[in-house]
Design a protein. Structure first.
Length: 475
C-alpha cells in the first residue's frame, strides 16, 4: 500500500512534464501532407490579410489609438473609416478636404455625399446623395429623417423613415426611430408597427417593449399591454414609471397580486414618495367586492349543502353524498383574498408611516374595518377627520363634503363599538364631534351629519347601557 502511494506521488509530480513532452513530440513529428490538408481548406474561415488589418485598425480606434488606425486606413484606402477618424480627432477641415478629393474622382458615389453631409451637417448633401443614387440611398434617407425629427417635423420624419426601412429593413435602430417619429406624429398604428418590428429584431429592447405597452394602454387593450409590460420589466426593472404603469394594467386585467407587487416596487424605489391613492382605492374596492361575493356564495353553498344532506337523509339513508367541490373552490378563493388583504395591509402600513394624507388614512381605516379591528379603525378615521380640519374647511365645499363623509364613517364606527362593548364613551365622543360641525347648512352632507347626531342622541337617551366589568352588570 505504501508503495502505491509513493508511486502515485511520483506520477502526480511528473504529470506536467509528460504533457510538455507530448506537445514537443507533436511539433517534431511531420505534419500531414498537402494532399491530406487540401480537402479541409474550406472547413474554416480564414480572413484575408486586408480584412485582418481592417479589424486591427478598428480595434485601435476602440482603444483610442486613432493616429495609428489612420495610417492603416490610408494604406487600405478605407475612406469612410478615415473620414470617421478625422471627425473623432476634430479635424473636420481635413475630413472635408478628403471627401472633396474623393468626390472629384467619384462624383456619383452616394456614400461620399452622405459622409460630407455628416461632417458639414448640411441636408443638401443628403439630397444630392439621393439624386446620384436614383433615390435608392437608405443612408441618405435615414439622415434626412433624423434631421427632420430634430427640427420637429415629425410627419416628414415618419415618411422618410418608412422609405428608408423599405430599402433596408434590417437596420438595427431604424424601426425604433420610425416608431418614435410616428408616435410624435400621433400615428398610433404606425408607431405600434415600428416598435413591434424593433422587438422582432432585438427582443432585449426594453424601451421598445415599454412603448408597445403604452400604445396598447392608449388603445384600451389592457391584456396586450400587460404582456408587453412584463417583457419590458425583464430589462428595465429599475424604472419606477414602468412599474407604476404596470400596476394600472395589472389591475385592469384583474391581477391584483401583480398590481400590489408593482405598487410596493414603486414605493421602495421612490422612498415612499410616489403614492397612487386612486389605484390603492380601486384595489380596496375590488377586494371588498370579492369579500362580499365570497361571503354570499359561502352562505348559499352552506344552505344548499344542508338541504341536500336533509334530502339524502330521508331518501337515501344508506348511501352518502359528497358535495365538496363548491366549498373547496370558495375556500381557495377565500384564502387567496385573505393573502391579498394582508399584502394590501403591509403596503398601507408602509405608506401611513411616511405619508399622512387624509385619503390614505381613510383607506387604512377601511382595511382595518375589514379585518374587524374597530378600535384602530376609529383612530385612523379620527386622523383622517383631523387632516380635513382647518381654517379653509368652512369655506371650501368640496373639502367639507370629504370631511362630512369621514365624520359619518367615524361616528358609525363609534356606534358599532358602543353596541358591541356597551360603552357610552364612544357615543359621547360622536356627539361632541357632530355638535362641532357647522357651516354649509344648505348642503345635503350637513343634513346627514345632523341626522347622525339625532341618532346618537337617541342612543344616549334610549336607556341604560350595560357595561360588563368583572362579571357584574352596571346600569
Amino acid at each position: 500500500m505504501c508503495y502505491l502511494v509513493f508511486w502515485f506521488k511520483i506520477f502526480d509530480g511528473c504529470l506536467p512534464s509528460y504533457f510538455a513532452l507530448f506537445q514537443v513530440e507533436g511539433i517534431s513529428n511531420s505534419s500531414p501532407g498537402v494532399t491530406q490538408r487540401i480537402p479541409f481548406c474550406y472547413v474554416i474561415y480564414v480572413p484575408t490579410i486586408p480584412a485582418l488589418r481592417k479589424e486591427f485598425a478598428e480595434l485601435l480606434v476602440s482603444c483610442g489609438l486613432i493616429g495609428e488606425a489612420i495610417k492603416i486606413f490610408e494604406d487600405l484606402e478605407l475612406w469612410d473609416n478615415l473620414i470617421y477618424c478625422n471627425c473623432l480627432l476634430g479635424k473636420k477641415a481635413a475630413a472635408v478636404e478628403l471627401i472633396k478629393a474623393r468626390l472629384s474622382e467619384k462624383p456619383n458615389d452616394p456614400r461620399l455625399w452622405c459622409s460630407l453631409g455628416d461632417v458639414t451637417n448640411n441636408d443638401a448633401c443628403y439630397e444630392k446623395a439621393l439624386e446620384v443614387s436614383n433615390d435608392k440611398s437608405a443612408r441618405a434617407k435615414r439622415s434626412l429623417a433624423r434631421s427632420a425629427y430634430n427640427i420637429g417635423e415629425y410627419e416628414t420624419s415618419k415618411i422618410l423613415w418608412e422609405a428608408a426601412m423599405a430599402l433596408n429593413s434590417l437596420y438595427p435602430d431604424g424601426w425604433f426611430a420610425l416608431g418614435a417619429a410616428a408616435l410624435k406624429a400621433r400615428d398610433v398604428e404606425k408607431a405600434l408597427d415600428g416598435f413591434t418590428r424593433a422587438v422582432q429584431l432585438d427582443p432585449d429592447n426594453g424601451e421598445a417593449w415599454n412603448n408597445i405597452a403604452c400604445l396598447h394602454m392608449i388603445k384600451k387593450k389592457s391584456k396586450e399591454a400587460f404582456i408587453a409590460f412584463k417583457e419590458a420589466l425583464k430589462f428595465k426593472r429599475n424604472s419606477w414609471q414602468l412599474w407604476e404603469n404596470y400596476s394600472h394594467v395589472a389591475l385592469d386585467v384583474g391581477n391584483i397580486g401583480q398590481a400590489l407587487e408593482a405598487v410596493q416596487m414603486v414605493l421602495n424605489m421612490t422612498n415612499n414618495k410616489r403614492i397612487d391613492t386612486e389605484l390603492l382605492e380601486r384595489i380596496v374596492l375590488d377586494l371588498e367586492g370579492r369579500t362580499s361575493i365570497i361571503e354570499s356564495e359561502s352562505c348559499r353553498t352552506t344552505h344548499n349543502l344542508n338541504r341536500t344532506n336533509n334530502t339524502c337523509a330521508k331518501d337515501l339513508p344508506v348511501e352518502s353524498v359528497h358535495v365538496s367541490s363548491p366549498e373547496e373552490s370558495i375556500m381557495g378563493r377565500s384564502r387567496e383574498n385573505e393573502h391579498l388583504m394582508e399584502f394590501l395591509g403591509k403596503i398601507l402600513q408602509q405608506v401611513v408611516r411616511s405619508e399622512s394624507s387624509a385619503d390614505m388614512w381613510g383607506l387604512y381605516a377601511r382595511w382595518l374595518k375589514s379585518k374587524g379591528d374597530l378600535t384602530m379603525c376609529s383612530e385612523a378615521l379620527l386622523k383622517q377627520v383631523r387632516s380635513y380640519q382647518g381654517s379653509d374647511l368652512w369655506k371650501d365645499r368640496d373639502r367639507f363634503k370629504r370631511f362630512s363623509y369621514a365624520s359619518l364613517e367615524l361616528c358609525k364606527v363609534y356606534m358599532e363599538i358602543s353596541s358591541s362593548s356597551g360603552s357610552r364613551r364612544e357615543l359621547f365622543a360622536a356627539e361632541m364631534h357632530l355638535k362641532n360641525a357647522e357651516g354649509f347648512s344648505d348642503m345635503e352632507e350637513f343634513r346627514d351629519l345632523q341626522a347622525c347626531l339625532d341618532e346618537v342622541k337617541t342612543k344616549l337617551q334610549s336607556g341604560p347601557v350595560a357595561t360588563s366589568v368583572s362579571g357584574m352588570c352596571y346600569f
